[in-house]
Design a protein around this ligand. Structure first.
Ligand code: UTP
Length: 235
């Protein structure tokens, strides 16, 4: 099976801990023995800091995005370094190059592509383009909530939802000042268009990602203690 895995910078690159990169690399190596894997890395704290500094200097938002993209690619390069010979040696800079890189049989790791979006959008476009069997969004929250759990104590977590429901929830969450959804609206729209099953999950422990993927392949019931996140599907 082909999996596109979006690993948020907030989980992979919180503090540039080398051990963390190595742990995610081991998990991906294990998964790649049975599956094809494309990983999209986020920018995390470093991207936010660079962007904030650029903004204060007076850079426009597109310039800030380019800087963010560079940081996502640096995180991709760190993960590639941790994967060694198991990874395609460079982060592809666009979707077509990602397709060519995948043909090498190695794990493909890339960051952002163009301004005006996030790496979740990159993952969703890649999933559609490469005809992935599934997309995993590994982030710092454990699923999609009816509203932002950080600002609303009545927020309710979805176990399963349709792409249309995801889009509605994401748009209404993002409309509220200060609230943030785990999937950005553009990516939610793309998930609706490509209709590829997607799991939004807590990715802070790499083994949780491999457990969810394995569970998915075996179509087995959730193992106790494993939070499966939110499944977005029309099936
Ligand atoms: P992300 O927002 O995707 O990374 O990219 P993140 O901060 O790791 O995401 P979370 O919060 O953990 O989920 C960082 C920045 O890079 C730019 C945007 O400015 C984005 O905010 N970017 C990224 C682009 O402009 N285009 C891309 O294709 C990807």
């Amino acid at each position: 099976m082909l999996f596109v895995i979006s690993i948020g910078g907030s989980v992979l690159a919180r503090d540039l801990n080398p051990e963390r990169f190595k742990k995610y690399a081991s998990m991906l190596e294990e998964l790649s023995q049975e599956h094809s894997i494309v990983v999209v890395t986020g920018g995390g704290v470093a991207a936010r800091q660079y962007i904030e500094t650029a903004r204060q200097i007076g850079a426009n938002e597109v310039t800030c995005d380019f800087i963010g993209i560079d940081v996502t690619r640096l995180n991709a390069q760190l993960l590639i370094a941790a994967l060694g010979k198991n990874a395609y040696p460079e982060p592809p800079l666009n979707y077509k190059d990602a397709e060519l890189a995948l043909a090498s049989g190695k794990i493909v790791v890339m960051g952002g592509v163009i301004p005006g979006q996030t790496t979740d959008m990159v993952s969703a476009v890649l999933a559609e383009y490469l005809r992935a069997d599934m997309m995993v969004i590994a982030t710092s929250v454990d699923g999609v909530y009816s509203s932002d759990p950080a600002t609303d104590e009545n927020a309710r977590k979805f176990d399963v939802m349709t792409p249309k429901e995801l889009l509605d929830v994401v748009i209404s969450t993002e409309m509220k000042a200060g609230s943030k959804s785990p999937v950005d609206p553009l990516a939610a729209k793309m998930i609706e268009r490509c209709n590829i099953d997607t799991i939004v999950m807590d990715g802070t422990q790499p083994e949780m990602i491999s457990n969810v993927v394995r569970q998915e392949c075996a179509k087995s019931k959730p193992v106790e203690g494993i939070k499966p996140g939110t499944r977005i599907t029309t099936k």
